[in-house]
Structures are given as C-alpha cells and as structure tokens.
Ligand binder design. Sequence first.
Ligand SMILES: [Zn+2]
Length: 668
Amino acid sequence: MMDQANFSFPVELKQVRITDDFWEKEIRLVREQVVPYQWEALNDRVPDAEPSYCIHNFKAAGKLNEQAKNKDFVRPVYSVERFQHLPEDPEKPEETRFYGFVFQDSDYAKWIEAVAYLLEQQPDPELERIADESIDIVCAAQQPDGYLDTFYILNDLSKRFTNLKDYHELYCMGHLIEGAVAYYKATAKRKLLDAACRYADCVAEHIGPEEGKLRGYPGHEVAEMALAKLYELTGEERFLRLGQYFLDERGREPCYFDLEHQLKPDGGRRNRYYQAHKPVREQEEAVGHAVRAVYLYSGMADFARLTGDESLKTACRRLWKDIVERKMYLTGGIGATHIGEAFSFAYDLPNDTAYAETCAAIGMAFFARRMLELEADSEYGDVLEREIYNGALSGMDFSGTRFFYVNPLEVLPEACREDSRKEHVQPVRQKWFGCSCCPPNLARLIGSIGSYVYTQREDAVFVHLYIGSRLEKQLKTGSLRLEMESWFPWEGKVRLKIECDATEPCTVALRMPGWCGDCRVKGAEDAQRRQEKGYLYLTKVWGSEILELDFPMEARLVQADSRVREDIGKAAVMRGPLVYCMEQADNGENLHLLRLEPEAGFTACSLEIAGRQVLALKGKGWRQRPTEGQRLYSVYTRPQFDPVSLTWVPYYAWANRGEGEMQVWSRI
Ligand SMILES: [Zn+2]
C-alpha cells in the first residue's frame, strides 16, 4: 500500500465553467456540428459516407426482444464453438440482421457520453429529448438477464462470451458504462445507468475467479477505467472487484486467450498485442495495440488510486516512461506502425507511415490525467497539454464534420494513393469511417475538457492546464472561487483571480510548463512558496487576490534523440505547447527540398485558415535546386540552394485547405 496523501482527485465537470476563447470554439463545434452530425451518421443518414448501422443494430435487437416477449426467456448456454467469421444468414430478414464491426455498439456509447458532457455544462432540451429517445432504443435491446451486446443478440446468444479476445463484448460494456455514468451525472436520469449496471452484473455472473466461471478478461481494454468510474459513482464494491479481477487476471499463465482459442502458448509473443503476455504489474514495455495499451494503463492508474496499490503505480510509471521517452511522436501521437495499430520498437518513429491514431492520443490524455491524480509532476501535465493541442485535436477539421483516424507527421498525397504501405494515411480528413472509433472519442474528450484543467484535494487545487475557466471549490470553512483568463495557446499570459472566504489555508499549485525556461508568477507575495516536480505551490489563507502568470512563448527548434533514425539531420518548430508544420499551401510543392535556417529566427503572424485565425510562423530557409541533367543518378556535386521564406502553421490546423504535402520535420 502506498501513502495516498499525494493523490489528488478529478474535478467534476459541473464545478468548472469553460470561458476559454480557444476551447469554447472547439466545444461549440462539438455541440453544433459534431454531435448532431454523428447522430445522423449513427443513423446512416449521411449521404456518401460509409454506413454505421449502429442504431439499426440496437433497433433490430429491440425488435427481436419484442418478438420474444410472449415466449419464456431461455437463458443461453455457452457453446464451445466460436464464430470463425461474421455469420451471414441470407434467410434472415434485414431488419433483424447485424451489420458493421463487432464493436459497433461502442460508437453510440461514446456519442451519448459526449452528449452528457454537453448537457452537464449547458441545458439543451432538444438534445436531451433525442438522447432520451436513443436510450429507450438501446435499453429495449437489453436481454432479461442484463446482457447487452447487439452482435451476439442478433447473431447467436449461445455463443456469447466465447471470444473475449477479439469480439469486444467487454469493450462495448466498458463504453456503455462510461456513457451511462456521464449521462446520469448530467441529467440524474437512471435508465441507462441501471442498464449498464445490469450488464456489468450479468458479466460478473459469468466471468470471474470463482469456480464455474470463465477466467477471462477484455480483449480490448476500457472496462477497467469504466468500472472504476462506476464504482466511484455508485460506491458498489462489486464493480471495483470486477475491475480489479480483470487487472489481476490479465497475462497470467496459462493465458486465457490461448485457452479460449485452443492455441499453443508461444511465449507470450502473440498476446503482446493484447497486453496479455505478462501480468500487468510485471510489464516493462508498452507493447501491442496502442489504444488498448493506454486504456489498460489508464485503468491501472485508476485502480492504483482507488486501492492504494503501489505495485500498479510503479508499473504505470515504468510504462509511461517507455512511451514518452522512446515511443511517442513530437505531436503526442503513439502507435508507429499500422500493422496491428501498434507500438513499434524503441525510437522507431517513421513520419510518413505513422499510425498515431486519434484515439491513441486521446488515450494518452486519459493516462496523463490519471498519473496527475497519482502525483503532481509536470511531466504528465506537459504530455497532457501536448496531446490536446496537437495529436488529438488534429483528428478533426475546422468544420467539425471531417476526421482523421491516422495522424502522420509527413504526407505526400501521391504516396497515399500509389504506395500500399501508406494506404492507411489519408491526405485529407474523411466524413466517417466504417470503423469510426475516433470521431465520437474526440467529441467526448473535447466535451469534457473542463475536467482536465484541475485536480483537487481537500485543501488544494492543482492547475494543470491553462484553459480559461471558472472553478468553485468548497473548503472546510468557506469556498474558493478561481477565475482563470488565458491566452493559450497563442500567448503565455494567464491571469488567475482568486476569491476565498475560508479562514483556513489552502494551496494553489501551478504547473510550470516544461517548454518554458523562464516562468514568472506575480502576486500572493505573502504565500508560502515551494516548487516541487514542476509545480509551484502557493499556500496561504486566501482573500481576494490576482496572480499574473507569464510563460513567454518563443518559437523554438526541436531535435529528436539521435536514435530516431527518421529525424536525423532534421528539426521541427514548436511554440508554447503547439507543434508546427509546413504545408504545400504556403510553401509550394516538394517540401523535402526545403531546409530551414536555424539562426534566422521566426516572426509570428496571424493567418486565416478556413475562416479561423491561427498564429503562423515565418522564417528564412533554403530550397535545394533540382539536380543538373535530371538523371536518376549522376556524379556527386554539392547541392545548390536558393533562399526562400518559409511558413509554418499549427499542426492541428493542417489539411484544412484541400489536399497537399505536409511535413513536421525539415532538413536543417
Ligand atoms: Zn480510433
């Protein structure tokens, strides 16, 4: 057990009101564009987009239930047989047929979670009506024993829980729980929450350590995080126990996934993909499918906090370090290879074949916030900031209706079309995907961004992100109101207005961003000050005060560790928390011929991209002249360069001006 005095706790979204210029725009986009658009997409009403079938599947399962109403419910028995392929039964009427991926239900769950965050911050009767109706549709699909996964309901219930490795039942359960918890918090309506609890109870009846149950666990993690949330909301120990069991059982010998699929053990090689190659506390390296990995680590961090389990925390720290010191792109993207959407080996970070799924960057934000709850260390806050302003936000365009699944750091549109090794990379964002995990995931992250800004203790508030907002917190003898005005990510000026009528001392802890060499904090001169792990702690009996924070944002050149072969001889440009890139729209084609001039410096200027103002950077550089004679090979001569003016735009803003080349890393 560890000393839990260092922990801080999540701040409820209700306690925070976002007033930030930058994020208010993003939230408004989610409210006005993304969420309504996604509702249409889930209902297959977006012309020319790949159909989702998500709501269709719930309706179809509800229809089957309706038909079975007058018959006695027969509890299905497990079958040893699994589905080897998606069953296609031509006899089956279309209206009760399952379509899409096995995890299609989860798209709805993430959508309702995003809706809940919006409702929690601003009432919207029409949206709530649509949400309530959708919940009726979903709950009508639930089986009498609580089971709720449309793939098996529509195909063959007797085969449920027979392929935990690949068929995502527990993943869908996890997302359903997260959506249900959020919707209950926002509206106090219990219907979806009750359904989620019943599904979790149904799972616990069949899966667990007790005699006669399947000793399985999720093939795609997320249920661990979800059960932690469900436990924290309901206080019901049984949900904590189920999540704890999933973590404890994972990776034990003999591996459940091998047994389930009657496969010979291969020393854990195959199961690295699922992070089931070793017990979680013994895992040394971040491996396998990147989204699964960071969802697992996030769940481990939750349980470390909830149970005080030091060994889980130690494992989380080790896995964190492996990612951020060896396997993370500058943008915060993770998952360097599209094969298995997975981590590659250390320092293998190719720019033009990167996978860097939007969901994986979002998952890193989940992981970072949970590590911050375990200990305030600016290393976690810095990565959280990197994710939300770069690798996650790049997943959506400025209209809120186009999305990236893959977030490369270098793009040549022709290569995306002609080179099958890069066919996962899209040069422009897409309307929707058959596998649409990313868009609703981004909607729920942006919708809940207020819950990432602060964490709290009984007598302390931690400011992790500089996002304009108001926070109200109860202390023992009064309340503390904090009003943050921020010009992030464009300017490093922050103004914190504090009003407090409590008579006891309270600590305000401020993250000193790692990218800033000269952090200045003016005000509260009489406070007791100390600095620890990148946080400045100010402790005093607060009255009415103003803190002026100044984190000068200078454009800077960044290099990668020399072990990153792809980035050798190259540099990238950052300013404050933003990663910048060059686009063809500003710099012409053949970006690979450009060289930047390290001594030249940068000037910042306003640029309009698709109706939005961003801060662009201009600097001097060079363009290599085409080789003489234009022959494929010729005798070496020193290349000739012409001076050019170069323009960089924030990475998250790229591909909002049609198709073109892009690169983050440039020759130097
Ligand atoms: Zn995704």
